[in-house]
Ligand binder design. Structure first.
Ligand code: NAD
Ligand code: MG
Length: 488
């Protein structure tokens, strides 16, 4: 791999040490605003993944047995260090990922919040006692699995590192993290901050690389639980790999999320939330508001206003903190522009659709109208700044249209009618429902998908279930011999 143009080199983090990959392979990471490579990052092969898993396994018993209050205090210090280094982390993330600086700052403050939140949970992971009668005492304990593999995508790299690593560590697991090949840098920096805060070095390992590195990790018999965020096809491969060792998986796999605008909605408010929902991070968000389903009475007004918003967006490199930054990679931009071509053949392009004549991987904010829910641009995740608007009439049920996709991550309704809002919330097939807002979830609220959007929950106390297994202990209080049959 070419190292001549790059200025920095990043080695693997295994067992608390930065080490060269066994095969000596490095890959460039580029600044998506310019397309220029600025760092060489180690590509971990099978033996490197072996070493990282072995280090995490060895570190597990001591971390598991650390006083939970001390584990919590240590994680709290990680949160403080992330805050102390917020500006540097945000700049690093912007350069590697492309997003506007204020969005990177928000991602990393939220990363600090994950460590703070799960720090507080570390000494509250209580079991239950089960009333089975006077002859026996029965209780449950919640125990960590062991080594948690974390496979991270490129859209919220530092934030999703924290979303997985913080609850994994709070529960007493150790971790091996595989960041995405185009955005590996924040994972290394955050892992160093974990060590600086006092997390034992071998408890947080980072093995950068692409799909082969991820596969080496998810196929590894030394991994005890897998957390994956990314696309459906890769998630399916991860699940197949996990089946080999009967390893539990938590999968967060994207969405095609309906934003239903009822005729009584405040249209300006709905437009403002859909704007945030689709154009933040250039639409590269699993919970993007990418499918607006709008009643015909307010359809023209909604379209006119969202088009105005789209046309007012300032595009630019993330460090200049524009409204919309570049997409993360050349390959991903091609995927998005291919979908725009599909959309032009299926529906009406009212604004955007082009790629500005400048360096970097930019795509104009794009709106398609006259979209039918059966079209490909309404069914498939585009993962770019592309909104599809679907009109509906009184003869149609917008919740049925909203549910008519394979995904079920998030859904939103805009209405001033409280009964209508709650009825829709009951029927929407999604792990998260927003009423008169978008991105309503916080670090404290459970997040995850129905249908093909995934398995299990991230965030909130619910995430701890991915990192803890239940052991039941039955103690006989009576003397004398056996007699109970299994199942009695
Ligand atoms: P991907 O699913 O291929 O990659 C996600 C992560 O999995 C990366 O770290 C990748 O290196 C790793 N990986 C790839 N192959 C693997 C394998 N066989 N075993 C284990 N790990 C493997 O996603 P992508 O190619 O980076 O992006 C493609 C699409 O994924 C996007 O267009 C979008 O639809 C979706 N996506 C969803 C989210 C989300 O938040 N749900 C995030 C990013 C991407
Ligand atoms: Mg990059």
């Amino acid at each position: 791999m070419s190292r001549t143009r790059s200025t920095e080199r990043h080695d693997l983090l295994v067992g608390g040490e930065r080490v060269e990959p066994a095969a000596g392979e490095y890959a460039e990471t580029v600044d998506p605003a310019t397309g220029e490579a600025f760092a060489d990052v180690a590509v971990a092969g099978e033996s490197d993944v072996d070493a990282a898993v072995a280090a995490a396994r060895e570190a597990f018993p001591a971390w598991r047995d650390t006083d939970p209050a001390e584990r919590g205090r240590t994680l709290y210090r990680v949160a403080e260090l992330i805050r102390d280094n917020l500006e540097d982390l945000a700049e690093l993330e912007t350069r590697d990922q492309g997003k506007p600086l204020s969005q990177a700052r928000s991602d990393l403050s939220s990363a600090a919040r994950y460590f703070e939140y799960y720090a507080g949970a570390a000494d509250k992971l209580e079991g239950t006692s089960v009333p089975v009668g006077t002859g026996q005492v029965d209780y449950t304990v919640r125990e960590p699995y062991g080594v948690s593999a974390q496979i991270i995508p490129w859209n919220f790299p530092g934030n999703l590192f924290a979303r997985g690593v913080a609850p994994a560590l709070a529960a007493g697991n150790t971790t091996v993290v595989k960041p995405a090949p185009t955005t590996p840098l924040s994972a290394y920096r955050l892992a160093e901050l974990c060590a600086q805060a006092g997390v034992p070095g071998p408890a947080v390992n980072v093995v950068s690389g692409a799909g082969e590195t991820g596969a080496a990790l998810t196929n590894h018999e030394g991994v005890d639980t897998i957390t994956f965020t990314g696309s459906v096809p890769t998630g399916q491969r991860v699940m197949e790999a996990a089946a080999g060792n009967v390893t539990p998986v938590t999968l967060e796999l994207g969405g095609k999320n309906p934003a239903i605008v009822y005729p009584d909605a405040d249209v300006d408010e709905a437009v403002s939330w859909v704007d945030t929902g689709i154009f933040t991070n250039a639409g590269q968000i699993c919970s993007a508001a990418d499918r607006a389903i709008v009643h015909e009475d307010v359809y023209d007004e909604f379209v006119e206003k969202i088009v105005d918003v789209a046309e007012s967006k300032e595009l630019g490199p993330g460090h200049a903190d524009p409204d919309v930054g570049p997409l993360n990679s050349a390959g991903h931009r091609e995927k998005v522009t291919d979908y725009i071509e599909v959309g032009k053949a299926e529906a009406t392009l009212v604004t955007g659709g082009g790629t500005p004549d400048r360096e970097g991987y930019f795509v104009e904010p794009t709106v398609f109208t006259d979209v039918d829910n059966g079209m490909r641009i309404a069914q498939e995740e585009i993962f770019g700044p592309v909104l599809v608007v679907i009109p509906y009439s009184d003869d149609e049920d917008p919740v049925d249209i909203g549910n008519d996709v394979d995904y079920g991550l998030v859904a939103g309704v805009f209405t001033d009618d409280v009964r209508r809002a709650h009825r829709a919330a009951q029927r929407l097939e999604a792990g998260n429902v927003y009423v008169n807002k978008w991105f309503g979830d916080t670090n404290q609220t459970p997040f995850g998908g129905y249908k093909k959007s995934g398995i299990g929950r991230e965030k909130g106390l619910a995430a701890l279930d991915s990192y803890l297994q239940i052991k039941n202990v039955a103690v006989n209080l009576e003397s004398g011999g056996g007699g109970d049959l299994p199942g009695a």
